[in-house]
Design a protein around this ligand. Sequence first.
Ligand code: LLP
Length: 403
Amino acid sequence: MNREYLFALANKYGSPLYVYDAEKIISQYRSMENAFQASKKLKINYATKALSNISVLKLINSLGGNLDCVSIQEVKLGLKAGFEPHRLSFTPSGVSIGELDKAVAYGARITLDSLSILQEFGEKYPKIPVSIRINPHIMAGGNKKISVGHVASKFGISKDHIPEVKKIIGKTGTRIDGIHKHTGSDILDIDVFLRGSEVLFTIAKEFEDLDFIDFGGGFKVAYKEGDPSTNMQDFGNIMTRRFDKFCEAYGKDISMAFEPGKFLVSECGYFLAKVNVVKPNSKTIFAGIDSGLNHLIRPMYYGAYHHIENISNPKGEEKKYTVVGYICENDTFAENRPIPEISQGDVLCFRNAGAYCFSMASNYNSRYRPAEVLVYKNKDYLIREREVFDDLIKHQIEVDIEF
Ligand code: LLP
């Protein structure tokens, strides 16, 4: 999306602002389909948590994708976006049977991630097939916070607990219809992904009536020029061959599901914020923006790199800036980053702001969450209003206490 257009959107809708390029989501989706040679076995279950605006979900729906939902609220969003219930895959971790009851009532497909809940669920719903999330004991992912398939992780049923799974379903009569894993985010190494998949193939053979294997998400996207990313074409080729071989040995064609979040929506997003203050000190020049960790927490929480452009002065002389927010604790977006000269009032643009940016935003410091705009075929659509004071106090109850 070009700078002039983004700049115009910041003026039209105000700042800070999230802007999403629908065409980029479409092209990422299609490139994944193509990498798998449009195999009929492929199921793309978009990880709703990455960016859950209903308009984005509707777009995924129009492309033929399904949703991966990890909370009952995501299931409800999916239904509201028009997905048929069976296209919603509910893969939460550590939820109560009460939340599973609701997912059953809505008709979502159920994935369970502990032995105790498998037992409880099976006793309650012996006729409902479920898939099981396996912890394959694989260290995968860009950093510790987002590595979730290793032996010490809370997620899934250990790959060593299959005998226990069989014992439970032997008693409850539950049919296992799928085997699932998700081992981490920002996985660059295809081999790591494949190693985790081999664990699933081995386990899958133990269950005779599967409909699918779900290999989760976690594909790496580029955050700056020259940054490596998952080669989806290579991955698709290798995985398709391997999966076909599995189906042959299994004696049945089943589906091969993935749950991409970042791959589909990271690069579609632009976060626009205005510079409130330029403050040189003896070590650096601070550029303080009208935002903070309340709107985009990835740099502070994961040390994530987001490329920053000065779209008000793109050709200006580069200087090193420490870009910070207005939150009353350290919220540094970038340290000593070369950026074209910044003046008060300039609009900065953060790239890769589609995945886990708005969806992780909060009201910390009693700030409003930003507006969101979707651009499709050169037209911009406001898809979420900026919050107002009423949103902050909507659920607060002013009680009559004499303090
Ligand atoms: N499936 C499941 C069950 C997941 O938990 C996740 C992400 C995904 C799929 C999609 O993963 P992706 O393709 O987006 O990597 N907030 C972190 C990422 C946490 C991902 C959590 N689970 C970040 O901003 O880097």
